[in-house]
Design a protein around this ligand. Structure first.
Ligand code: ZN
Length: 168
């Protein structure tokens, strides 16, 4: 299994869960960046704050994965707190902003835009350079399915999907 950022780093068995957490953070960042890129004044400060808080957490997760380490319990708590904030904000803002209330679904075109190194720039960033690898949108779709399975309480199915996603 490989690192979620697409760098090709092989993961130890203990890092699968961490990779899943990173995936969850990434998808939340993609959703908020999409909202930011539309330039709506509604809750613009809150969207910016969520992105500013979440993006470094994702980078920390990648650094931890790349170092073959595990995050401290305090760091994991901070990440979970951010995920909870992000979901609560979606629930609160979904009728004012194009953010999903609960389950995140991205179109194929949107999935193709995901920047796995900097998900917080997927929509607002410059047009991406040609990717170094030949990841297709179907792989991003697998990730979305895996995350949906985690939230639905089917971690084993999620792991299978993620394993396919990350072994490509
Ligand atoms: Zn990586």
């Amino acid at each position: 299994m490989n690192c979620i950022c697409g760098c090709g780093t092989e993961l130890g068995r203990d890092q699968v869960e961490l990779n899943l957490v990173a995936g969850e953070v990434a998808i939340e960042l993609v959703v908020w960046d999409k909202a930011r890129a539309l330039g709506s004044p509604i809750a613009a400060d809150e969207v910016a704050t969520l992105l500013a808080a979440g993006a470094p957490r994702y980078q920390d997760l990648l650094a931890t994965i790349h170092a073959g380490e595990e995050p401290g319990e305090r760091e994991l708590e901070r990440i979970r707190a951010w995920l909870a904030d992000s979901r609560a904000a979606r629930l609160r803002l979904h009728d004012q902003l194009p953010v999903p209330k609960k389950k995140i679904k991205l179109s194929e075109a949107e999935q193709a835009r995901i920047d796995r190194r900097h998900p917080e720039r997927s929509f607002s960033g410059e047009a991406p350079e040609a990717p170094a690898t030949s990841e297709g949108p179907e792989l991003e779709a697998l990730l979305v399915v895996a995350l949906a399975d985690v939230r639905a309480g089917r971690p084993e199915e999620a792991k299978r999907a993620l394993r396919r996603f990350l072994s490509e």
